[in-house]
Design a protein around this ligand. Structure first.
Ligand code: AMP
Length: 187
C-alpha cells in the first residue's frame, strides 16, 4: 500500500485515487517471475472503502446512463454485482472459456502474462441495451478490448468502462482508443 498522496492520480481525482492506492497490495513475482501483481482484496474487504468505490463508479457514470452491468471474471464480478444491486440493474458475467453453459460468443487475446479467451452468452443482452463494463485492473488492455468487443457482438452498446486500477506503463488505454476508460487510480 502507498501513503504518498503526491504521487497518486486517477480519473475521479486525487482523493479517490489515494483511497484506492491505500487498499492495493503489490505482490512481486506473482503469478510468475517479473510480474508485480496488484492485489485489490484489501479494497474489497474494507466495507467502507468498497462502498465508496462502488458509489464513485455510479456517480461517475450516472445511474441513468446504463441498463445493465457486465463484470469480467473473476474480480470484475465483485464490482459489477455491487453496482448492479445498488442501482437496481442486472448483472452479466463475461467469463473465461468453457464456463458458460449455453451458446457463446468468444474472443481470444494476449495477456500481460499469457493468453486467454473470454466468452459471453449470445443472448446476454437485449439489442441496444446500454452496458457498463467493469474489471479490476487495466494492464495491456487485451482483456478489456475483448470484453468490450463481446458486449457489442452480443448486441449491447458500451455506456462506460471502469477499473479501480490502471497500469499506465502497459498502454492499455491507448489500445482501447477511441473508447473511454475510467480508471480510479493510474500508476
Ligand atoms: P490485460 O488484458 O493485460 O489488460 O490484463 C488485465 C486483466 O488481467 C485483468 O482482468 C486483471 O485482473 C489481470 N491483470 C493483469 N495484470 C495484472 C497485474 N499486474 N495485477 C493484477 N491483475 C492483473
Amino acid at each position: 500500500m502507498t501513503d504518498n498522496a503526491a504521487d497518486v492520480r486517477g480519473d475521479s481525482g486525487p482523493g479517490v485515487a489515494q483511497l484506492v492506492a491505500s487498499r492495493v497490495l503489490d505482490v512481486p513475482d506473482f503469478p510468475k517471475p517479473g510480474i508485480v501483481f496488484k492485489d485489490l482484496m484489501p479494497l474489497f474487504s474494507d466495507g467502507d472503502v468498497f462502498r465508496q468505490v462502488i458509489d464513485e463508479i455510479i456517480k461517475h457514470h450516472g445511474a441513468d446512463s446504463f441498463d445493465v452491468v457486465a463484470g469480467v471474471e473473476a474480480r470484475g464480478f465483485i464490482l459489477a454485482a455491487a453496482v448492479a444491486y445498488a442501482t437496481g440493474k442486472g448483472v452479466v458475467p463475461i467469463r473465461k472459456a468453457g464456463k458458460l453453459p449455453r451458446a457463446v460468443f468468444s474472443c481470444s487475446y494476449a495477456l500481460e502474462y499469457g493468453e486467454a479467451t473470454l466468452e459471453v452468452h449470445q443472448d446476454a443482452f437485449i439489442a441496444g441495451q446500454r452496458v457498463l463494463v467493469l474489471d479490476d485492473v487495466l494492464a495491456t488492455g487485451g482483456t478489456a478490448g475483448a470484453a468490450l468487443d463481446l458486449v457489442e457482438q452480443a448486441g449491447g452498446t458500451i455506456s462506460g468502462f471502469t477499473v479501480p486500477l490502471e497500469l499506465s506503463f502497459l498502454n492499455g488505454r491507448d489500445r482501447l482508443t477511441p473508447r473511454t476508460v475510467h480508471a480510479m487510480l493510474t500508476v
